[in-house]
Structure formats: structure tokens, C-alpha cells
Design a protein around this ligand. Sequence first.
Ligand SMILES: *[C@@H]1O[C@H](CO)[C@@H](O)[C@H](O)[C@H]1NC(C)=O
Ligand SMILES: *[C@@H]1O[C@H](CO)[C@@H](O)[C@H](O)[C@H]1NC(C)=O
Ligand SMILES: *[C@@H]1O[C@H](CO)[C@@H](O)[C@H](O)[C@H]1NC(C)=O
Ligand SMILES: *[C@@H]1O[C@H](CO)[C@@H](O)[C@H](O)[C@H]1NC(C)=O
Ligand SMILES: *[C@@H]1O[C@H](CO)[C@@H](O)[C@H](O)[C@H]1NC(C)=O
Ligand SMILES: *[C@@H]1O[C@H](CO)[C@@H](O)[C@H](O)[C@H]1NC(C)=O
Ligand SMILES: *[C@@H]1O[C@H](CO)[C@@H](O)[C@H](O)[C@H]1NC(C)=O
Ligand SMILES: *[C@@H]1O[C@H](CO)[C@@H](O)[C@H](O)[C@H]1NC(C)=O
Ligand SMILES: *[C@@H]1O[C@H](CO)[C@@H](O)[C@H](O)[C@H]1NC(C)=O
Ligand SMILES: *[C@@H]1O[C@H](CO)[C@@H](O)[C@H](O)[C@H]1NC(C)=O
Ligand SMILES: *[C@@H]1O[C@H](CO)[C@@H](O)[C@H](O)[C@H]1NC(C)=O
Ligand SMILES: *[C@@H]1O[C@H](CO)[C@@H](O)[C@H](O)[C@H]1NC(C)=O
Length: 410
Amino acid sequence: MLRGLVATLSLATAALAYDRVCTVVPLGRGQDDGPAINSAFKECSENAAIVLDGYYSVNTLLLNEGLKHVDIILSGTVQYTPDIAYWSPNSLYLSYQNTTTFWFISGDDIHLYGGGTIDGNGQVWYDYFNLTGESGTAGSSTLTFARPVTLTIGNSSNVIVENITQWMAPNWNNLAYQSTNVTYRNLYINSFSYSNAPAKNTDGFNTYRSSYVTITDSIINNDDDCVTLKPNSTNINISNLWCNGSHGISVGSLGQYAGVTDIVANVYVKNITMRYAENGARIKTFGGSPDPNSTSGGGLGYVTNITYEDFYNYDVDEPIVINQCYFTNTTQCEEYPSKMTISDVHYINVTGTSSGAYGDVVVNLVCSEECEDITATGTSLTAPDGQATYICDNVASVGELDFNCTSQSN
Ligand SMILES: *[C@@H]1O[C@H](CO)[C@@H](O)[C@H](O)[C@H]1NC(C)=O
Ligand SMILES: *[C@@H]1O[C@H](CO)[C@@H](O)[C@H](O)[C@H]1NC(C)=O
Ligand SMILES: *[C@@H]1O[C@H](CO)[C@@H](O)[C@H](O)[C@H]1NC(C)=O
Ligand SMILES: *[C@@H]1O[C@H](CO)[C@@H](O)[C@H](O)[C@H]1NC(C)=O
Ligand SMILES: *[C@@H]1O[C@H](CO)[C@@H](O)[C@H](O)[C@H]1NC(C)=O
Ligand SMILES: *[C@@H]1O[C@H](CO)[C@@H](O)[C@H](O)[C@H]1NC(C)=O
Ligand SMILES: *[C@@H]1O[C@H](CO)[C@@H](O)[C@H](O)[C@H]1NC(C)=O
Ligand SMILES: *[C@@H]1O[C@H](CO)[C@@H](O)[C@H](O)[C@H]1NC(C)=O
Ligand SMILES: *[C@@H]1O[C@H](CO)[C@@H](O)[C@H](O)[C@H]1NC(C)=O
Ligand SMILES: *[C@@H]1O[C@H](CO)[C@@H](O)[C@H](O)[C@H]1NC(C)=O
Ligand SMILES: *[C@@H]1O[C@H](CO)[C@@H](O)[C@H](O)[C@H]1NC(C)=O
Ligand SMILES: *[C@@H]1O[C@H](CO)[C@@H](O)[C@H](O)[C@H]1NC(C)=O
């Protein structure tokens, strides 16, 4: 029956490029199109195109693995149902922060494009989360209430995602998970709430255990990190983003799990407009922990070779920040400082204005172990009153900063 819903066409023109083309015909009237989409991906998993040109209501996990040279032409809309009771247990749990996802796409040489929309139907999730506040550490899911990630490119290589709109995600919009060579470009991300419940944790882009990821030419309206590089993200290129209302371009959070090594290295961030945000260029690690089984600090590892260039801030609470006590209270962080080291971080032409949320503070670099080779050139940042205060603690290379530091304790 499901096969009948998937029209397999052998278009004369398409046949030149693909062995098969699967066009998914929507059932309409709110019926679940998930099974038909999944069977299209099974039928058209190699040298094929999958055409999603209608309006699809999805109430089934989309788990599409083993793809090889597949174009996914999304010119229509994939909308997930706001069925919390279904999705919490049935979305796909991943191996980090209890994260789950609605759609896991996996394989080699995949191109997702087409001008269409992925609609997370987030309002119900925002309102429910606002009432219960049920989350794990640092906004992650629990095992009983999961807010799924809208789109995960997982266990994949050589993927391009472009020309897609993402609407009202219940949680992160994008996750590159255990993947290499993934490009996101020309995405329009809009996660906002119609009620007074905030659109929490709606990160634009996340990377985890991934390398050679490019994120470019996109517009992001949201209520958490614009981009965030989670544990083991290397060779990441981020450019030409317009971020509104976010928590910044973040490295981390890292060091969350006791005894686990987290690495973020070789990151270039260039030409970012950051408006009405909590942070601009941010690096965040949890502090240490006395608990050898801690899931809230105590991790190891390092952050190195990170450049932020041409980074324009407008009304940003902390335009430049390194925080090694993320989600860790002061007492514990003093007694058990972060074991993660930070080095080779360069700020080039970071400009604009802070919001004044921290008075005149525009730069806040507080390292637990000494940070090495942190440099800044072309810095031009002011608080609303025209003043600027730059806090640096445990930074070895203060001579390489083009501003005069004061210590946090002064
Ligand atoms: C994952 O969920 C469990 C159970 O709901 C919770 O105890 C745990 O803290 C969560 N993990 C994280 C890292 O938040
Ligand atoms: C991703 O790859 C890991 C490691 O190979 C494997 O354990 C896991 O099942 C894969 N996940 C999915 C959803 O395919
Ligand atoms: C990365 O993936 C894209 C899209 O499949 C491909 O065109 C490109 O050659 C790949 N780059 C490398 C270095 O493999
Ligand atoms: C993506 O959109 C851009 C700008 O509209 C267009 O030039 C490009 O051809 C599109 N890419 C694909 C693969 O459709
Ligand atoms: C969100 O929570 C606040 C504080 O508890 C409450 O006043 C408000 O009514 C809630 N909003 C919604 C849409 O539930
Ligand atoms: C910088 O990024 C903006 C988007 O925020 C884009 O419009 C502009 O063209 C980019 N500039 C360059 C030189 O690429
Ligand atoms: C990160 O990579 C290092 C070095 O390969 C490895 O030891 C560590 O387990 C990885 N951490 C995670 C979270 O995958
Ligand atoms: C530092 O990172 C940049 C950007 O990813 C990369 O091009 C460069 O090779 C890296 N430098 C070193 C010494 O690895
Ligand atoms: C840590 O977890 C291990 C394995 O679950 C357990 O045997 C040990 O008692 C735990 N240690 C502490 C301090 O909770
Ligand atoms: C700080 O956190 C630790 C561990 O979670 C807790 O035991 C302690 O009570 C907290 N201290 C304060 C002042 O909140
Ligand atoms: C920084 O900005 C200045 C003034 O706009 C410009 O002259 C310089 O080339 C820029 N430097 C870099 C490295 O982009
Ligand atoms: C830093 O302070 C020194 C001594 O007060 C002063 O000469 C210098 O101009 C200041 N540098 C900047 C960038 O404000």
C-alpha cells in the first residue's frame, strides 16, 4: 500500500542524472506522510532523486540511512506534528546530551535543496517547556521529555544542505553529527514564539564529532546559539551570517562529562553580523567537578586555533567572552577549575556596541588555566555610554591584545 503512494518516475531527462526518481505524493488532511517519505528513501537510496514538492505532515521518525549519491529536492514543506506524547519516546536518541531528532539523514554524497521548508511546529513545545521547565543539564532533553532537533546530518560524508527555510524548531535547528565535509549555505532559520514562552534552545547550527563543516550565507533569528561547536569539532568554516537575538557564535559548551576529552580546533569565523545577542564571539567550558561520574563538568581537552574576523556586534551583552565556569557555580569552579586549555585564539576587527548588560564591560576573557597566544587587532567596541572595560584573567599574552586589560577581581 505504501509503495503505491510513491510514484517512481523514469523521466527521460532525470534518467540522465539518476537511476531513479521518487516523488512523494502527500496523503493530505493531516494524515501521516512519514511512512511514505521513509519508503521513498528506501526505494531511491542510490544514484537517485527524492522529490518532496507537496505539503507533508509527519508523525513518524524519519530515519534515512545508507544513501549514496542522492539529491533530496525539497520544494514543498515537511511539517512535524506537535505531538509531544509521540515524539518524546519515538524521536531518535543520539549519544550526546540526550539529544533526539525528528529526521536523521545518513550516507555519502547527499544534496538537500530546493527552496522548501522544514517546519518544526515549535509553539506547542515552547509553551509546554515554559510550563514544565523539564530539561537535563544545560538545556538538554531528559529521557521523558525530548524536544527533537529539526534536521540531523549524521554518520555522513560529502553533504550539501542549501536553499531551505527552517521554521519554529522545538530545539536545535541543525546538527552535523559524526560527519565530515558538510556544507550548509543559504538557509533561512526563523525560530520565534507567538506567545510569551520563549523559543528556548533553538540553536541555528550545531556540530558534534564532525570535521570540515562549512556554514555560510545564512540568516538566523533564534533564541540560543547562532552556531555552536560541540565536542570534537575540527576544521570548521563559518562566514557571512546574519544572527539576530542569539547567544553568539560559540565554541562549546565543552568539558561537560567527567573524564571525557573534548577538542575544538581549526575554526575560522568571518564576516558575522550579531544583533541583540547575549554573546558575540564566545568560548564556553564547564568547570571541574569532584564527581568522577559528573554530567555537569569535569571534562578534559583543549580549544586551539580559533579565529574570529570581521565580527560586527550591535547591542550584544558580551561581544567577546571566554567563560570556563559555564553552568558551574563560583564556589565549585574555584575549588575545581576547568581542566580544559585554551590557546591560539585570534580576534581580528571585532567591532560594534555592547548592550550595557554588564556596565562598560565589552570583553570578558576569564581563563582557568592560563590561556596562551590570545591576540586581538582592530578591536573597536563600546558600551552604550561610549566607554569600554576589558576584563582579562589568566591570559598570558596580554601584550598581544590591542586593549588594556583590567582584572576581574579589581
Ligand atoms: C538525560 O536524562 C536523564 C533522565 O531524564 C537525566 O537524569 C540526565 O541528567 C540527562 N543528561 C543530561 C546530560 O542532561
Ligand atoms: C552512527 O554510527 C555509529 C558508529 O558507527 C553507530 O553506532 C550508530 O548506530 C549510527 N547511528 C545511526 C542512527 O545510524
Ligand atoms: C565535499 O563534498 C562536496 C559535495 O559532495 C564535494 O563536491 C566535494 O568534492 C567534497 N570535498 C572534498 C574535499 O572531498
Ligand atoms: C540555491 O539558491 C541560489 C540563490 O537563489 C541559486 O543561485 C542556486 O542555484 C540554488 N541552488 C540549487 C542547487 O538550487
Ligand atoms: C510562561 O511562563 C511564565 C512564567 O511562569 C508565565 O507567566 C506565562 O504565562 C507562561 N506562558 C505560557 C504561554 O505558558
Ligand atoms: C557579509 O555577510 C553579509 C550577511 O550578513 C552579506 O550580505 C555580505 O555580502 C557579506 N560580505 C562579504 C564581503 O562576503
Ligand atoms: C574526541 O577526540 C579525542 C581524540 O581522538 C578522543 O579521545 C575523545 O574521546 C573524543 N571525544 C568525544 C566526545 O568524542
Ligand atoms: C588553523 O585553522 C585554519 C582554519 O581552519 C587552518 O586553515 C589552518 O591550517 C590551521 N592551522 C594549523 C596550524 O593547524
Ligand atoms: C560512578 O559510576 C560507577 C559505575 O556506574 C559506579 O560504580 C561508581 O560508584 C560511581 N562513583 C560515584 C562516586 O558515584
Ligand atoms: C555549587 O554546586 C555544588 C555541586 O553541584 C553544590 O553542592 C553546591 O551546593 C553549590 N553551591 C552553591 C553556593 O550553590
Ligand atoms: C580591519 O579593518 C580595517 C578597517 O576597516 C581594515 O583596514 C583592515 O584591512 C581590516 N583587517 C583585516 C585583517 O580584515
Ligand atoms: C594602555 O595604557 C597605556 C598606559 O596607560 C596607554 O599608554 C595606552 O595608550 C593604552 N592603550 C590603549 C589601547 O588604550
